[in-house]
Design a protein around this ligand. Structure first.
Ligand code: SF4
Length: 222
């Protein structure tokens, strides 16, 4: 017989909110708090963070924005300049080209202002649904769920949703997760997934939601 109590998303997220307080905030939320609040800045920062550690991405985004923060200012830069400003992130040259192209397109087609449009954002090179969703949720205040590897892994382990890919998980979360948590869940589960419900050997015995978690597909935990 399982001794698990019924899954209560309000209680789970309340405990997770408490548990992640000692850890650094998820990078995009940290930047937003520092005043990098435009849709363009959040989208560029998300692109920088793809396959790159949060700490490095933060440093690279701050470095780039210290030099140029708007599409017009970034379009003026040379791709090699952008590349050297973000040189510690993965695939930096490709990203530099993508950031430059995006900035140019925004200047040419939207008078230098990036509108809150999912379709437009995902039409830019390198921008997928995850980054577009995060930019819309964080910078535009739209109800969007940013499903990255952490949100995907943790919500599936809980047994709260079933998704074989982040895209499937996003659809499942949209059906089930109360609207007030759509933006916040990413801010909570990035540090939770990095420090507690880690990909390898999650720290279940110290986890504040063990009593409600189905630990789905978890075989090796500490
Ligand atoms: S009990 Fe384990 S699998 Fe479940 S959320 Fe906590 S760390 Fe993750």
């Amino acid at each position: 017989m399982s001794s698990k109590r019924p899954f209560d998303i309000d209680l789970v997220l309340e405990r997770v909110r408490d548990a992640v307080k000692p850890f650094p905030r998820a990078m995009l939320f940290q930047l937003y708090e520092e005043g990098y609040t435009s849709t363009f800045e959040i989208l560029v920062a998300c692109l920088i963070s793809v396959r790159t550690r949060d700490e490095t991405s933060l440093q690279m985004a701050r470095q780039l924005f210290a030099r140029a923060r708007t599409p017009a200012a970034i379009a003026e830069l040379d791709i090699n300049d952008i590349d050297s400003l973000i040189s510690k992130c993965g695939f930096h040259l490709v990203k530099a080209e993508q950031i430059h192209t995006m900035a140019e397109l925004i200047v040419e087609e939207n008078s230098g202002e990036l509108p809150c449009s999912f379709e437009l954002m995902t039409s830019y090179p390198g921008i997928g649904p995850k980054c577009a969703g995060l930019a819309l949720g964080i910078a535009c205040g739209e109800p969007r769920i940013g499903v990255d590897v952490h949100v995907d892994r943790v919500t599936n382990r809980w047994g709260y949703v079933t998704g074989r890919t982040p895209e499937e998980t996003m659809v499942a979360l949209e059906q089930r997760l109360p609207g007030q948590y759509w933006v916040e869940i990413n801010a909570l589960l990035v540090p939770f997934g990095k420090h507690i419900c880690t990909a390898q050997r999650p720290r279940c015995s110290a986890c504040p939601v063990l009593d409600m978690c189905q630990q789905r597909s978890v075989v090796n935990w500490s």
